[in-house]
Design a protein around this ligand. Structure first.
Ligand SMILES: Nc1ncnc2c1ncn2[C@@H]1O[C@H](COP(=O)(O)OP(=O)(O)O)[C@@H](O)[C@H]1O
Ligand SMILES: [Mg+2]
Length: 314
């Protein structure tokens, strides 16, 4: 499979003129995205997602580092014909309709009139913008309709690689789910999507791989399965002996123990060897195991844990 995005040492430093200090928005980022992926780029507000995308698209000049998109060096004009970008904040001309806007972008890509007309219909249908709004001024559109128009606009040149910067934030639940599904369907058309988001449930549903960045630094990258691996097990044990020496022994194995009343303990562990050791101790102490329940971790838990750990280490 070909590489869609290849990033080496990409760095952006801003000088904050008010605080007179340097902000490292993106810090030595290395990343590869394969063609056909929906790649989730996750991070809190201010993590450096938008800056990364803008550098890749040639809208912000990097302080250091390099990247290639679809095999062409970053900023290559020919490659731009195959790229698309939905910015975080879309500013449309309010007095244009979605149709006129699409036609305008189609002309920027020098598409002939018949191709434009055909594409505009296909794109607006794909994003399920209601037909009676196609020729109405964008001024009267809801946020969801604007986002649909934004994605349609991004599709006008039939791009191979799309950069979508938080496309579903601020939408109502129905519009949200529909737009998420539209993004997911781009994969079936063989397109590659670089999706910046902090909607972790969406990302978990539709992304092939994800990267977590924090303060400009890449903390983790992998498939969702790889990231959520190492499930947590909750063991509930009971017995009168527990509160004597046994509790201390168990705490030595896993400190994450909650005492429930005089004779019940709930122990959490995300290590299978620990789980076996806990069960051995409990059995040896003439106590009983009431339940062993594995909990699959969510991407949200992994995200929070990864970012917290990084914060604590700073
Ligand atoms: N034009 C700018 N000038 C100075 N600092 C900026 C500028 N753009 C972004 N930053 C800073 O860079 C960091 C990353 O911002 P951004 O890329 O927008 O993050 P995200 O998209 O993940 O929310 C933030 O600390 C932000 O304040
Ligand atoms: Mg942003």
């Amino acid at each position: 499979m070909a590489t869609a995005i290849s990033i080496q040492g990409l760095t952006k430093k801003y000088v904050d003129v008010w605080q007179k200090q340097e902000v490292i928005a993106v810090n030595n980022l290395n990343l590869e995205v394969q063609e056909g992926e929906i790649f989730g780029f996750l991070g809190r507000n201010g993590a450096g997602k938008t800056t990364t995308i803008k550098m890749l698209l040639g809208l912000v000049f990097p302080t250091a580092g390099d990247a290639a998109l679809l095999g062409a060096p970053m900023g290559d004009n020919n490659a731009k014909n195959f790229l698309a970008y939905l910015p975080e904040e879309t500013y449309f001309y309010d007095s244009m309709s979605a149709w006129d806007l699409m036609d305008y972008y189609g002309r920027l890509f020098k598409l002939p009139k018949n191709v434009r007309e055909q594409r505009i219909s296909i794109c607006l249908e794909k994003v399920r913008l209601q037909k009676d709004a196609w020729h109405r001024n964008i001024r009267g559109y809801s946020k969801g309709m604007r986002q649909r128009t934004g994605i349609a606009q991004a599709l006008i040149n039939d791009p191979k690689l799309l950069f979508l910067d938080e496309p579903t934030s601020g939408l109502d639940p129905i519009a949200h789910a529909e737009l998420r599904d539209i993004v997911a369907s781009l994969k079936d058309e063989g397109k590659t999507v670089f999706l910046s988001s902090h909607q972790l449930a969406d990302v978990e549903l539709i992304c092939t791989r994800v990267a977590i960045i924090h303060r400009g630094k890449l903390l983790r990258v992998g498939t969702i399965q790889e990231l959520v691996a190492g499930q947590r097990t909750e063991i509930t044990v009971q017995g009168k002996e527990l509160m004597n020496g046994t509790l201390a022994k168990l705490k030595n194995i896993s400190p994450d123990i909650e005492e429930q009343g005089m004779s019940t303990l709930v122990i959490q562990s995300d290590d299978t060897a620990q789980v076996s050791a806990i069960i051995d101790v409990v059995r040896g102490a003439d106590c009983s195991v009431l339940s062993i329940v594995p909990h699959k971790r969510t991407l949200e838990e992994v995200f929070v844990e990864t970012v917290r750990r990084e914060e604590e280490s700073l």
